[in-house]
Design a protein. Structure first.
Length: 124
């Protein structure tokens, strides 16, 4: 299964989005909660009202749903890619499939860097 360079870039960006979103989501939660906490201690409203929990909740929900759909699509893509690719050793295919299903958000970037991004060797 060969991918063009633009397809690899698209898959790479999709692969990097879930871990990036994971970090952004927890930063958002931390900043929201800390701004509410600081506001409660000072007796005033939140220092950062645009980060109040209900202000961005629909947007966070939308990003959450989109990220989940991207993860499901990536899992399907990587399982198909693993099974159809001859560059992956046969004894490691099952391991990669299991890792993709259970901890895919963290293993997909590693798999992408190891097996998808490098160009296949040209037959001699």
């Amino acid at each position: 299964m060969l991918l063009t360079r633009s397809q690899k870039i698209l898959v790479g960006l999709a692969t990097l989005w879930p871990p990036l979103y994971f970090c952004l989501f927890f930063a958002f939660i931390f900043i929201s909660l800390s701004s509410i906490f600081v506001g409660a201690l000072s007796g005033s409203e939140s220092e950062l009202p645009f980060l109040a929990p209900f202000g961005f909740l629909p947007l966070v929900f939308l990003f959450h749903i989109l990220t989940i759909l991207i993860i499901w699509g990536l899992i399907i893509f990587y399982i198909i890619y693993i099974t159809k690719n001859d560059r992956i050793p046969k004894d490691k295919k099952t391991l990669w499939i299991i890792l993709t299903i259970f901890v895919g958000v963290f293993t997909m970037p590693i798999f992408f860097y190891t097996y998808v991004w490098p160009e296949p060797e040209k037959p001699g």
